[in-house]
Design a protein around this ligand. Structure first.
Ligand SMILES: [Zn+2]
Length: 144
């Protein structure tokens, strides 16, 4: 592991961001890659304890995404760092960017049930609430 990676990953913000990506990717992989062989992630981030006590359980492809995302996050040149989706520096290569976007789109709304409410997915919460309000008029529906 590079010293610089470890140093960058000691930043609580970088750790929190990376952990969130790990959680999201775990949710995505569990839902979308059901047939794949999945195993706890092995990465520099895991070694540094970024994901807490349990590493995200993912398939090989998703593991590759996370290893890539760890590196990108650790070496993000922006300070303060904007949300990746709002950033004008597209540091992800296109395929990975598309992959991560899929992960966010899939796991963002689902992560509400896991107790997350981060700004990055706030627009998803808002649209969900709007749908809920619309649905409440027609049916007595209870969630969560
Ligand atoms: Zn996967």
């Amino acid at each position: 592991m590079q010293d610089r990676f470890a140093e960058k990953m000691s930043d609580p913000k970088a750790r929190a961001d990376t952990r969130l990506l790990g959680d999201f990717t775990g949710i995505y992989c569990r839902g979308k890659h059901r047939g794949a062989v999945r195993a706890p992630l092995a990465s520099d981030g895991v070694v540094l304890g970024v994901y807490g006590r349990r590493a995200p359980v993912v398939c090989e492809e998703c593991a590759e995404l996370l290893v890539y995302a760890e590196q990108r996050r650790a070496f993000c040149p922006k300070d303060p760092k904007p949300f990746c989706s709002n950033c004008d520096t597209h540091c992800y290569k296109p395929a990975m960017r598309e992959y991560m976007r899929d992960v966010m789109r899939y796991a963002g709304p689902r992560s509400m049930f896991h107790g997350y409410a981060v700004q990055g997915v706030r627009h998803l919460i808002e649209s969900r609430n709007a749908r809920k309000a619309a649905g409440a008029q027609s049916a007595a529906e209870h969630e969560g």
